[in-house]
Write a protein that binds this ligand. Structure first.
Ligand SMILES: Cc1cc2nc3c(=O)[nH]c(=O)nc-3n(C[C@H](O)[C@H](O)[C@H](O)COP(=O)(O)OP(=O)(O)OC[C@H]3O[C@@H](n4cnc5c(N)ncnc54)[C@H](O)[C@@H]3O)c2cc1C
Length: 508
């Protein structure tokens, strides 16, 4: 048990926080490219995997093809379906960690609480807390990498009389298999990518499911066909074809919006008819905003399940709880034993508990810039030798298609959902290019110039303004003040291929 004392751990050259795709890729890069071993990965969870460990809710699966949602140096052509399940992805990550002998570098149940820059020593002093024993540790390192994800902590659920509720309230990303849904009245809050996976997959058990959405979303049916064994064998035997198929899928996703953008509303409406969605729900599934204003929702079996009498979809907001029901703003009351929260993550708070030069915090740094931002998503001036993976503005953004194809300015910069893994790999390459001299003790310090950072951030924000994310819809891409902290507003081919541009990427 914790005795209140802070324990000092021996110095490490590199500390990585987070054992999701980002942290694992960073660790693999240290081993593969530098043959470097003096690093440790901390994660507050009890297992590795990040998103794919946490999100244990029924039906959790990947939204984009598994063939491109993987690390380039750990090819997996053997996913049984086009879109793998959460468990398949977790198995893939665990296999990669074992293959690169990373388990001995991983320390679980360790939460990063703060890190302070020690000017004289030119090191970070990192504070960690064991989530099980409460013990506190301090460890110094030369390079600190924050791979803490962007969709990790569920949004708060503030509601009147919450304490009166006798049932369970559980965020989807904290779902436990121990939760018994059999013959229960379940309320699902939200209608995004998580909700459309949860709802069809709990229906067989529950007595009744009321799904409460705040606004309509564009929901497109997307099948998940099996990948024939012959195809998998072929891709395994001929890695060159496998790479070609990956490039083809990546290119198709980049082109998705330019090709289909203007037809998406029609396609979504067609799906309502095709899957015989009850007419009463059509207005709830036909938003007034243009598809692409926010993340599109792809669903395998959601639209089909809306005919099930066990489900009721309503557009409303939860105003208060009673002991065994929810009361909505419009005054309706729905029985509830369990409330599953699928209303999103604390996405607008990039939480890096850092104290950089002179004690500056990221939020102070961002006040000056205008909002959460980073140089190429990974470096901030005032925070030397610190790098983030999946920091601000690294998420799927747009297809910069020619206006000849798009024929409309509003279509030029909009949404597409690409594999973030390619972006993660580009970022770790960039970090390694900049930090290798530090790691190998050939330099003491790497820091992005404030002017370079600001110029990059201004370019990103200017490009974001030309897009139409959040123009006529509410989206987590934007802060309340309209600052786009999420989207990478150019083609993802840029960072993917910038891997080749050694040394040019961090202006030190
Ligand atoms: C339900 C869901 C579905 C998704 N589907 C897709 C998809 O189909 N395609 C796609 O491209 N992306 C998808 N994403 C985005 C997904 O998060 C990324 O693809 C990817 O997993 C990000 O990896 P990461 O390592 O950056 O973050 P994560 O996987 O979130 O890992 C971050 C890790 O950091 C740890 N951590 C955080 N804070 C601390 C701390 N203070 N101390 C110690 N450890 C800490 C967490 O415990 C976690 O293990 C999805 C996300 C969710 C939530």
């Amino acid at each position: 048990m914790a005795d209140g004392k802070v324990q000092r751990l021996p110095f490490r050259q590199v500390i990585i926080i987070g054992a999701g795709f980002g942290g694992i890729d960073m660790a693999c890069a240290l081993k593969r490219k530098l043959n470097f071993e003096n690093f440790v990965i901390y994660d507050r969870n009890s297992d590795i995997g990040g998103t794919w460990y946490d999100n244990n809710y029924p039906g959790c699966a990947i939204d984009i093809p598994g063939l491109i949602y993987q690390l380039s140096y750990a090819p997996e052509p053997n996913f049984p379906r086009v879109f793998p399940t959460r468990l398949e992805m977790l198995a893939y990550l665990k296999g990669t960690v074992a293959k690169y002998d990373l388990y001995r570098h991983v320390q679980l149940n360790m939460s990063w609480t703060t890190a302070s820059w020690l000017e004289d020593e030119q090191r970070w002093s990192v504070e960690l807390k064991n989530t099980q024993t409460g013990e506190t540790f301090i460890q110094e390192c030369k390079v600190l990498v924050g791979a803490i994800g962007h969709q990790v902590d569920p949004k708060d659920f503030f509601v009147k009389n919450k304490e009166e509720f006798q049932g369970h309230i559980i965020p989807a990303c904290k779902y436990s298999e121990a939760l018994n849904l059999k013959d229960k009245n379940v309320v699902v809050l939200g209608n995004g990518s998580t909700a459309v996976q949860v709802v069809p997959n709990i229906l067989k058990d529950v007595k009744k499911c009321v799904q409460i959405q705040r606004d309509a979303q564009w929901i497109l049916h997307r099948p998940n066909p099996p990948v024939p064994q012959g195809v998998r064998n072929f891709l395994t035997q001929f890695p060159v074809f496998f790479r070609l198929v990956q490039q083809l899928i990546f290119a198709l996703i980049e082109c998705f919006y330019p090709i289909l953008g203007r037809r998406l509303a029609g396609i979504a409406n067609g799906h309502l008819k095709k899957f015989e969605v009850p007419e009463k729900y059509h207005p709830l599934l036909t938003p007034s905003y243009t598809p692409g204003c926010k993340r599109l929702v792809f669903a395998v079996d959601y639209l089909q399940c809306l005919k099930d009498p066990k489900i009721e979809l309503v557009q409303d907001e939860i105003a208060a709880l009673r002991s065994s029901s929810v009361v909505t703003k419009s005054g309706n009351e729905y029985p509830a034993d369990i409330i599953i929260l699928c209303h999103g993550f604390k996405g607008d708070t990039f939480y890096y508990p850092l104290k950089g030069r002179g004690g500056i915090t990221p939020s102070k740094h961002w006040d000056a810039a205008g909002g959460p931002s980073c140089y190429k998503g990974c470096a901030m001036s005032g925070f030397p030798n610190f790098f983030s993976i999946r920091g601000p503005n690294v998420s799927s953004g747009l297809v910069a298609a020619s206006s000849k194809i798009m024929k409309a300015e509003s279509m030029l910069k909009s949404n597409r959902q690409q594999s973030v893994i390619w972006f993660i790999e580009a970022t770790t390459t960039l970090i390694l290019n900049a930090a290798a001299p530090l790691i190998l003790d050939k330099a003491a310090l790497v820091e992005v110039k404030s002017s370079a950072e600001l110029a990059y951030v201004n370019r990103v924000q200017a490009a974001c303004k030309k897009g139409f994310w959040g123009r006529d819809c509410h989206t987590y891409y934007l802060t309340e003040s309209g600052w786009n902290h999420t989207v990478y507003p150019w083609s993802e081919y840029l960072p993917a291929f910038s891997k080749l541009c050694r040394g040019e990427l961090i202006n030190c």
